[in-house]
Design a protein around this ligand. Structure first.
Ligand code: ATP
Ligand code: MG
Length: 432
């Protein structure tokens, strides 16, 4: 039995059970692709794909609990002990349509033919239940030499499916691998085919790349190849401040999404431009607002330091910023701010000094806020209407916002009678 060191024990056991079941009926079966590669590289494995000589119908006959996920491509999802395994019949691909998807697949009997359709030598590896590795294209040597290399002619393989070019960059970046000479040459030759790839797939690769341990490696490859100038929603490398980019690696683990904020800041995107770009790049609403929140704060801070202000005024402005951009965005900005090289904003000494003051005090100022939202106020819109005997209208929203701001800054206490008095005072002032 194979001793997997990078796989959860039960996951390995269940996958072994699937392989054994196939073998006992006389079919060939192997673990294949990413799981074999990652085990050899001592990287943790959390899903295990299986390839077999059995046809999809034969697989379905053998396993009671299965889902015909992609029958036309030969894939059946088999459930074993609560784990899911994609079991795919040995196949070749042909006649790629629009440099994306194969239009025809043919089932074959030889594992080597199946491995030949795979993208890179390190992904064209299979292992049987006895631990024998099938490696017809030198994948293990390439892993040892830290090299991404296409199976066969790079130009052809990238021509069949242009997404492979971004997978190539992503693997080189995440693993800190070099790219084989001919593979790189093929990529540079075929990069304009990236226009055929859906942005969702482009985004998935780029997010994986940026979340990896060496995002700068990937960005450098993208800069050198200019690949992103050819995707459906292109991005041009010359607009990015390279030294600023290099700071994003300091944003580790739980903050990897904020690396995107730094990229966009380095590309001098306004919040609105960044938002529009991320939308076209199919980022989720949550990711988009997290990423652009920092840019929004940055923009507000830049505007508010234009004039000389004393510390109390800066504090009040900061609190207004927290109210309008949200706590998360201002916390993110405080984290990113010290990473930005001094002077990158091209501001004067006065402005720089004030940004420093905000950075130094911002967290404490945020802490001092007693309220963050209207619902934190000890007065409701209904109370206001009653105490003034007026009908609602846009004025009410403005007045509530004013109360929130003054209470957050600490100019008024968050007490019902104090707030009611303030409402009456403002109403009287307005009449006067
Ligand atoms: P990861 O899961 O870390 O992204 P992976 O190599 O497992 O890496 P998957 O997308 O899960 O990638 O694909 C599983 C396997 O299918 C790959 O190892 C490779 O053999 C093959 N494969 C995936 N995408 C392609 C492609 N575009 N062209 C050719 N083969 C591919
Ligand atoms: Mg995988």
């Amino acid at each position: 039995m194979v001793q997997w060191t990078q796989v959860d024990h039960e996951l390995a056991r269940q996958s072994e059970h699937v392989l054994r079941t196939l073998n006992e009926k006389g079919y060939e079966a192997y673990w294949v692709g990413g799981c074999v590669r990652d085990e050899l590289m001592e990287r943790s494995v959390d899903d295990m794909d299986i390839t077999t000589s059995a046809s999809p119908e034969q697989v379905m006959d053998l396993f009671a609990d299965c889902i015909p996920t992609g029958l036309q491509h030969g894939t059946v999802t088999v459930r074993s002990g609560g784990y899911y395994f994609e079991v795919t019949t040995f196949r070749t691909e042909s006649e790629y349509k629009d440099n994306r998807r194969p239009t025809a697949v043919h089932f074959v009997q030889d594992i080597k033919e199946d491995l030949q359709r795979r993208d890179f030598t390190m992904n064209a590896l299979a292992m049987d239940r006895n631990g024998n590795i099938v490696d017809p294209f030198g994948g293990q040597t390439d892993i040892r030499d830290k090299r991404v290399r296409c199976v066969g002619s790079a130009k052809e393989r990238f021509g069949e499916d242009a997404l492979r070019m971004l997978r190539c960059v992503r693997f080189a970046s995440v693993f800190d691998f070099k790219i084989a000479h001919n593979t790189w040459k093929g990529l540079v030759q075929q990069k304009d085919l990236l226009q055929h790839i859906a942005m969702e797939r482009v985004r998935t690769e780029m997010v994986k790349m940026m979340a990896g341990p060496h995002p700068l490696r990937g960005l450098e490859l993208l800069r050198r190849s200019q690949a992103l100038e050819h995707v459906k929603v292109p991005v041009y490398v010359e607009r990015f401040n390279q030294s600023l980019l290099s700071e994003m690696v300091h944003l580790v683990d739980e903050n990897v999404m904020l690396r995107w904020s730094i990229v966009l800041i380095a590309g001098q995107f306004t919040r609105d431009e960044a938002d529009a770009l991320l939308r076209k790049w199919t980022f989720s609403n949550d990711d988009r607002s997290r990423i652009t929140g920092v840019l929004e704060v940055e923009q507000q801070v830049k505007a508010l330091v234009q004039e000389q202000k004393n510390e109390e005024a800066l504090r009040a402005e900061w609190i207004v910023t927290v109210l309008s951009c949200g706590r998360q965005a201002t916390e993110d900005w405080l984290m990113i701010q010290p990473l930005l090289p001094s002077g990158w904003r091209n501001q004067g000494v006065l402005q720089e000094g004030q940004v420093d003051a905000i950075h130094f005090n911002g967290a404490a100022w945020s802490q001092s806020m007693k309220v963050h939202e209207l619902k934190d106020l000890h007065i409701t819109g209904e109370n206001v209407l009653q105490s003034l005997g007026r009908k609602g209208g846009p004025w009410l929203g403005q007045l509530m916002k004013y109360l929130l701001r003054e209470t957050a800054i600490g100019n008024i206490k968050n007490q019902h009678d104090v707030l009611t008095n303030e409402v009456k005072r403002v109403a009287a002032d307005d009449k006067a």
